[in-house]
Every structure is written in structure tokens, then in C-alpha cells.
Write a protein that binds this ligand. Structure first.
Ligand code: ATP
Ligand code: MG
Length: 201
């Protein structure tokens, strides 16, 4: 009897902070593509001053762990946090494939991020490493023109008009973020005083 190859979703992001839009996208992709696991992969720390406003990787990693802890299919990987330098998706996928040989990877990406894909490093190679799942996102037109149709699937997910940028702005303005992010993430943000500095976006 041939064994089914593990089907693994990969949800890359800055997750500054992780919010319910990310979680719904991952959950819907898991259900629709019959995924055994979805690995959330927070990006590494961007180098130097051009991205000064990104919170330390360790905070973003821990908030992602808190947000995903209750879902038995969700895990968090440190591959990008622990790799020095800029995060490139091609490196993420290579490292994850090495740790899970024989798996089929499904890279989950929102409408805004999938648009960039052709500009990503080693774009052609990416499509040999993973199937891409392009998910709808309020405020963004989902276009997969120019991407290989057999390697990119479009998935409509419940519309949550939430962005990390907006959450950071709300915290800075003293507005509530309850119900936009998991409760534990609200508490983590408060405990560590995140997004209060003048340099935050
Ligand atoms: P920021 O505003 O800081 O860019 P963000 O909300 O876009 O944050 P990211 O960490 O940049 O979050 O996104 C990670 C991935 O999740 C991307 O592929 C993005 O398109 C997708 N995504 C983010 N928010 C949503 C949402 N509300 N619905 C669907 N997909 C989303
Ligand atoms: Mg974004």
C-alpha cells in the first residue's frame, strides 16, 4: 500500500502582530487542501535601518506561538528567525523541505503578497518547491496573471479586513485590539508595551 505524502501548508509573514486574518486564511487553506499541518514562519529580522519599525523577531515568533497554540494542526517554525540576513521564500521552502522530506508543500499567500511573487528571488524555482495558494484579502485585488496556472490555486477565504499595520496604529492611538487578534496576543502586546514607540508605523 502506498502511503499518502504529508501535505503541509506554509504561512509566511512578518506577523507584527499575528491576527485573525492570518489564522482564518490558514484554517481555510487547511480545510480546502486537506493539509495535515500548517507551519507559520515568521520572517527574520530585516537588516539595518530601512525596516527599523519591525518588532524584534523573538516577540513576533512568541506571539505566533501563542496565537496558534490551541490548534493541533498549527505549528511555528524558527527557520527564518534563526537564519541570518534577509528572508527569501526560496530559502524558507528549502529549509522546510529538508526538515520534512517527502512532503508536498502548499505556500499560502494573501492577494497583496502573491502579486510580488514574480519579483521574488528564484521565482521559477519556487513553483517546483511548492504549490501556491493565493487567498483573497479585503482591499486587494487578487490577480494571478503571469503565474503558472497548474502551480497556483485561488482560494476565497472569509473576509476579515484586518492588517498588522492597522493593529499597530490602533495600539499607538490607545484603541482596543480585542477580537482582532487572539486574547493572548492582546495581553502579550500590553505586557511588553509593543507598538507604543514613535517609530512604529
Ligand atoms: P502588515 O500590515 O504589517 O504588512 P499584514 O496584516 O499584511 O501586516 P503580514 O505578516 O504582512 O500581515 O502577512 C502575512 C501573509 O498573510 C501575507 O501573505 C498576507 O497577504 C496574508 N494576510 C494578512 N492579512 C490577511 C487577511 N486579513 N486576509 C487574508 N490574508 C491576509
Ligand atoms: Mg503585509
Amino acid at each position: 500500500m502506498t502511503q499518502r505524502r504529508p501535505r503541509i501548508g506554509v504561512m509566511g509573514g512578518t506577523f507584527d502582530p499575528v491576527h485573525h486574518g492570518h489564522l482564518v486564511a490558514a484554517s481555510e487553506a487547511a480545510a480546502q487542501f486537506d493539509l495535515d499541518e500548517v507551519i507559520f514562519v515568521p520572517t527574520g529580522q530585516p537588516s539595518f535601518k530601512q525596516h527599523q519599525d519591525v518588532s524584534p523577531a523573538e516577540h513576533r515568533y512568541l506571539m505566533t506561538v501563542i496565537a496558534t497554540a490551541s490548534n493541533p494542526r498549527f505549528t511555528v517554525s524558527r527557520v527564518d528567525v534563526d537564519r541570518a540576513g534577509t528572508t527569501y521564500t526560496v530559502d524558507t521552502l528549502r529549509d522546510l523541505l529538508a526538515s520534512r522530506p517527502g512532503s508536498d508543500l502548499f505556500f499560502i499567500s494573501g492577494a497583496d503578497a502573491i502579486e510580488q511573487i514574480l519579483r521574488w528571488k528564484d521565482a521559477d524555482h519556487l513553483f517546483t518547491m511548492a504549490q501556491f495558494v493565493a487567498v483573497t484579502r479585503p482591499g486587494h485585488v487578487l490577480s494571478v496573471a503571469g503565474l503558472p496556472p497548474d502551480r497556483v490555486s485561488v482560494l476565497e477565504v472569509p473576509a476579515l479586513a484586518i492588517s498588522s499595520t492597522d493593529i499597530r496604529a490602533r495600539v499607538r492611538a490607545g484603541h482596543p485590539v480585542w477580537y482582532l487578534v487572539p486574547d493572548g496576543v492582546v495581553q502579550y502586546i500590553a505586557k511588553h508595551g509593543l507598538y507604543r514607540g514613535p517609530d512604529d508605523e
